[in-house]
Design a protein around this ligand. Structure first.
Ligand code: NAD
Length: 494
């Protein structure tokens, strides 16, 4: 069986721990490979490699670092199909969906190639007589990224493109569930001219993560995953004196006002609820139907569910693939079994594909979900769309604002004033107006509020550049020896 290796100092290396973690083919339910979980010592080797590579990479000129990003962009673009199909093989999402993930990853590389513009400092000439003051941004050193299974190519690119172009060196700990693509990206970075050791991959799980958190040579941690782990990584990382940004889970509400176009809202709810089998942190998992739109909207969503083609990524007609693992599929199905007072309109467990050996579950729709039901309170992360009924805009807004999570939200309406009010009132990091999955483009930054993000800076975009650099302010005078004098007073502006 194929072993998925680590990447150290510019080459793939075998794992030595003997602790093998299975990598499944979610479409067939069979194991296709294994990854050997890194020990603390192996993880420390990767940090040491990154530390050794840091001085030279930091010293590389801005144009040289940008050039590596340009070349990397061309290589990822040239290998799009192969990377997308590798993502699909291990994750299960359709090849078209994996292509979309890559397109959004490419945006981040392009942004990083232009980062020298954001690395410019400020300059104040004559801040005092004969004194100039200027700021510069410098890299942190070795930084680490810990990433989830659901975007094995894009989320690492959210992190390492900006980290590297700023002059840091990087250790990636990808999800153990779909780890192969990390090695392809590592090899393309090498081909793009990144020096050996500047980018390393340690495969594994908690042990590797805990080593990175505790390691004194790791200056910053970027984490994306579920909320409980994000919170722990944030707390432990900051306690260890590191800069941390930890993005967690979500429960994204799509508010549909009575004046919305029902067909357009239903199309959006189905696309955002069941795309990637609901395994997106920006998936819509709750539709809040306001007033009379409820019944026609539920009917329109139900009608569309019947037309979703569920199948393996190898089938070009498939629109929705399996879930990541058997345990996860069973957990998601458990929410339907425990629906209680809620009305299960479409039960994905009845779909023929759910009976197969793969980790499939048909798209499911549950209406009139009470807000104390686990269907509403939990992040399900599967193809289960809950509908909550609200009488007024205010009630709908309260639901979004009272929710533990604040990643994304969307409003569907034809009333510009109502949309503007929602954008102003809502406690959420990313808002869509008639856009169900409002993932910001790479030149903005990505991040939620509340339990969806721990830390001060959002990921990628301008805040990503801030996260991976620290500023230094220089106050400088080139004195004229003729005017030099002793002054014991506190320096003041003259
Ligand atoms: P996860 O939290 O299980 O795993 C994320 C990473 O943490 C993986 O690399 C994993 O190996 C590691 N990990 C797991 N358990 C750990 C532990 N006890 N200690 C230290 N590290 C540990 O998440 P997942 O199942 O891979 O991904 C799905 C979750 O990620 C969902 O909650 C989803 O909402 C979230 N997510 C959030 C965003 C965002 O931008 N906010 C984006 C994508 C995914």
């Amino acid at each position: 069986m194929r072993e998925i290796k680590h990447w150290l100092n510019g080459a793939a290396v075998e794992g030595a721990s003997g602790r093998r973690l299975p990598v499944w083919d979610p479409a067939t339910g069979e194991q296709q490979a294994y990854v050997v979980a890194a020990t603390a010592a192996e993880t420390a080797n990767a940090v040491a490699a990154a530390k050794a590579a840091f001085p030279a990479w930091r010293a590389a000129s801005l144009s040289r670092r940008a050039e590596v990003m340009f070349r990397f962009r061309e290589l990822v673009d040239a290998n799009r199909k192969e990377i997308a199909s590798l993502v699909s093989q291990e994750h299960g999402k359709t090849v078209a969906d994996a292509g979309g993930e890559l397109a959004r990853g490419l945006e981040n590389i392009e942004f990083a190639a232009g980062a020298p513009h954001l690395l410019k400092g400020g300059y104040s000439e004559q801040a005092s007589t004969g004194v100039d003051v200027y700021s510069i941004r410098q890299p942190l050193g070795v930084v680490a990224g810990i990433t989830p299974f659901n975007f094995p190519a894009m989320v690492p690119m959210w992190m390492f493109c900006n980290a590297l172009v700023c002059g840091n060196t990087f250790v990636l700990k990808p999800s153990e569930k779909d780890p192969s693509v990390s090695l392809v990206l590592a090899d393309l970075l090498r081909q793009a001219g990144l020096p050996d050791g500047a980018f390393n991959v340690v495969q594994g799980d908690r042990e590797a993560v805990e080593t990175l958190i505790a390691h004194p040579d790791v200056q910053a941690l970027s984490f994306v995953g579920s909320t409980p782990i994000a919170k722990t990584v944030y707390e432990q990382g900051t306690r260890a004196g590191k800069r941390v940004q930890a993005l967690g889970g979500a429960k994204n509400h799509m508010v549909v006002l009575p004046d919305a176009d029902v067909d357009a809202a239903a199309d959006a709810a189905v696309s955002a609820g069941y795309g990637s089998a609901g395994e997106r942190c920006m998936a819509v998992s709750v539709v809040v139907a306001v007033g009379a739109v409820g019944d026609p909207l539920v009917a329109a969503i139900k009608d569309r569910i019947g037309r979703i083609a569920v199948g393996p990524a190898s089938d070009p007609a498939a629109e929705m693939g399996p879930l990541i693992s058997r345990e996860h599929r069973d957990k998601v199905a458990g929410y339907l079994a425990g629906a209680g007072a809620a009305e299960v309109v479409v039960d994905g467990r009845d779909a023929p594909v759910s009976a197969g050996p793969g980790f499939f579950l048909g798209a499911s729709l549950v209406d009139k979900v009470p807000t104390d039901s686990p269907l509403y309170t939990d992040e399900i992360f599967g193809p289960v769309l809950s509908v909550v009924r609200a009488d007024t805009y205010e009630q709908a807004l309260e639901l979004v604002n009272d929710n533990e999570f604040g990643n994304g939200t969307a409003i569907f309406t034809r009333d510009g004033g109502a949309a503007r009010r929602f954008q102003y009132d809502v406690n959420c990091g990313m808002v869509g107006v008639n856009v169900p999955v409002p993932v910001p483009v790479a030149y903005y930054s990505f991040g939620g509020w509340k339990s969806s993000l721990f830390g001060d800076l959002h990921m990628y975009g301008p805040e990503g550049i801030q996260f991976y650099t620290r500023s230094k302010v220089v106050t400088s005078r080139w004195p004229d020896p003729a005017s030099s004098e002793i002054d014991l007073g506190f320096p003041k502006v003259r």
